[in-house]
Design a protein around this ligand. Sequence first.
Ligand code: SF4
Length: 290
Amino acid sequence: MKVGLIQLDGKRPNLALLKLATWHKNKGDDITILDLSGYKFDVTYASKIFAGGSGYNIKAKLPDGIEEVVPDYNAFNLDYSIVHTTRGCFRSCDFCIVKEKEGELTEIDNWKEKITKSKVILLDNNFLASKYAREKLQYFIDNKIKVCFDQGLDIRLVNEEYAQLLSKVKYYDSKFNYRVLYFAFDDVNIEPIIRKKIPILINGGIKSHHLMFYMLIGFNSSINDDLKRVNILWDEFGCLPFVMIYNNKKGKLLHLFSKWVNKRVHKKYTWDEWLDYTNYKEERHYEYLQ
Ligand code: SF4
């Protein structure tokens, strides 16, 4: 068979396509890869035989026998592996589709086989929730594997032992250019946990500026909640906030806030100074205006 593998979007090669490449090659099929992800289309029309992924269907899965194969990283010239050691999550955060899509946390048995490179992008939704998290961290340390905890780690599950192990892991961003561990501070109500757990990470040997916290905005927080989260993370602890706007929602204030944080304007200028600079004239502090 002649098989076309076409990537239409996404910042990195799609894991399902990498697995399909292996599966079809093992059957002796000819594969052709077409990466269109660098093109910016407003609308894409395509004819297809098989379609998958959360954007298409939240319940879509790879056909039997493909999910477990070792992805063909070389077909996409990757110098890193992309791996899940678990799927699912034990939590049910209101804004998150993981529980509905993947269910409760389950272990993936053959994850070590899928690490064939010295760098790995981990796609676990809640890595620290695994009862084998310490053994996995030790495996990365012993094998000197550079790891990107791409989906973020659950700050609520951090303890002294995990902090010490994490400090010994070669953790990196998704391009393996700089040292970073991703966490989330999505809900201002976990402030006491944030205040308790960041010092545990720092005392475990991790530099505060290696800690980046995703911050969901535009879901159920006010601008004051969001300012408070930035204040705690950056001004009090020297950790980096990174704003994610819920569902890419529209709204000038949301996008100004995102720019103020993610472009690191907040390091030099206050929120009020930024609003003056951008000539923002409407209500400044209380609600996001649509
Ligand atoms: S902890 Fe993370 S993965 Fe789990 S439900 Fe919440 S947001 Fe989703």
